[in-house]
Design a protein around this ligand. Structure first.
Ligand code: PMP
Length: 408
């Protein structure tokens, strides 16, 4: 039997959780927006800048070699973390948003034609919607959407009918950032593959929260952000199956991505470097590898179990607050609880919580079409991570009970 995880000791790695906000002890429940960073990640950044800092790839000196080894080592670590067949299937990006834009601009720009269809869902974050709108406008492709049921799950009974011959790619989120819905990624990828359709998984809300393996899931692309899994901001990755990545044209031009350049034209490196023009976020990649190491030290299955228990407890605590309506599925879900309450705009409710030291997020959560689907101006969201506790959930419920009286 694995040793019992000492969550209290792990929490001590995050002194920021001892801060106060508005004079109250902070409760940080905005982890879906960004997570806190442990010393292991901060130390890795500091160590790199103090001892190894140099530009990568082009240098013929010791420091540059060290920086390159650390940067390419980070790529190996990311590949292993997501179960890629090789590190060359990992492109470093600024995060999920840039990863999806890369696929839309490069793959979409290269291979989409008038009349082709990109299948998305009604629950996509704007970063898995707007890039497709942009490339659709350029290529004449169209967008189509899997509807969302009232309980916050996808209307999967309609999926096969939507996967017609014109569909070239099905891009969907693994975990909804507003509803917490966990979409059955493996099943959806299998159904898309059976229809000859490529798949892109937005793993922004799952990569740091649960075991995840691209070959087991069977997706062709996967996008995620480092900052939502203990890593620094400004770094993330795109996984793309090598057969597809090798055919994709460059999307940004500049140094590092070429093999030879004349005044008229250039030839390009193989993936992944073809997609990494300019000086990359070297420290960020090193910080991301340290975050992965830290998360793996706890174990993704243990994190998932912890988060699931905390989330069900939160749903239980919030359910009996008068006027509170919880959004999303009743069963298994990601570490996210969205809610609305009568008589209170989400911004007002979130501001009330903030006055009590409780960091929630209120608004449309970059999910405007989804909010419209539910007839809501927005919602308030509590999102958890492994350093959060049941006591914090109880304090949230107390604060929201006060809010219920305030907004009655
Ligand atoms: N997709 C989902 C599901 C998200 O929750 C987010 C972040 N809120 C993103 C994409 C975008 O991530 P980033 O801003 O790190 O690029």
């Amino acid at each position: 039997m694995p040793a019992k995880t000492d969550w209290a000791r792990i929490r001590d790695d995050f002194p920021i959780l001892q801060e106060c906000a508005h004079g109250q002890p902070l409760i940080y429940f905005d982890n879906a927006a960004t997570t806190q960073k442990p010393p292991a990640v901060l130390d890795a950044l500091r160590r790199y800048y103090e001892h190894d800092n140099a530009n990568v790839h082009r240098g013929l000196h010791e420091l540059s070699t060290r920086a390159t080894e650390a940067y390419e080592g980070a790529r190996e670590r990311v590949a292993e973390y997501v179960g890629a067949a090789s590190a060359s299937e990992i492109v470093f990006t600024r995060g999920t948003t840039e990863s999806i834009n890369l696929v839309a601009q490069s793959w979409g720009g290269g291979f989409l034609h008038r009349g082709d269809v990109i299948l998305l869902t009604e629950m996509e974050h704007h970063s898995n919607l707007v890039p497709w709108q942009l490339i659709a406008a350029r290529t004449g492709a169209r967008l189509r959407f899997v509807p969302v049921n009232d309980d916050g799950t996808l209307a999967l009974d309609q999926l096969d009918a939507l996967l017609t011959g014109e569909v070239k790619l099905f891009a969907f989120t693994h975990v909804s950032n507003s509803l917490g819905t966990i979409n059955p990624a493996r099943e959806l990828c299998a159904r898309a593959r059976a229809a000859g359709v490529l798949t892109l998984l937005d793993a922004a809300q799952s990569a740091g929260h649960m075991p995840l393996d691209v070959r087991q899931i069977g997706c062709d692309f996967l996008a995620f952000s480092g900052h939502k899994m203990c890593g620094p901001t400004g770094i993330g990755a795109l996984y793309a199956r090598s057969e597809i990545l090798e055919q994709m044209p460059p999307w940004h031009g500049g140094g590092e991505m070429i093999t030879s350049v004349t005044l008229e034209q250039s030839s390009y490196k193989k993936p992944p470097h073809r997609f990494e023009a300019g000086t990359p976020n070297i420290a960020g990649a090193i910080g991301l590898a340290a975050a992965i190491e830290y998360i793996e030290g706890i174990g993704r299955e243990a994190i998932f179990q912890h988060d699931s228990q905390l989330t069900s407890y939160a749903m239980q605590c919030l359910a009996d607050i008068p006027g509170m309506r919880l959004l999303g599925p009743a069963g298994e879900r990601g570490a996210i609880v969205g809610f609305v309450r009568e008589n209170a705009h989400p911004h007002d409710l979130t501001t009330f919580a903030d006055q009590h030291g409780l960091a929630l997020r209120g608004g449309h959560h970059c999910n405007q079409p989804l909010m419209r689907r539910f007839g809501l101006p927005g919602s308030t969201r509590a999102s958890f991570y492994f350093y959060n506790t049941r006591e914090e959930v109880e304090r949230m419920a107390d604060i929201l009970r006060k809010a219920a009286r305030f907004f009655a």
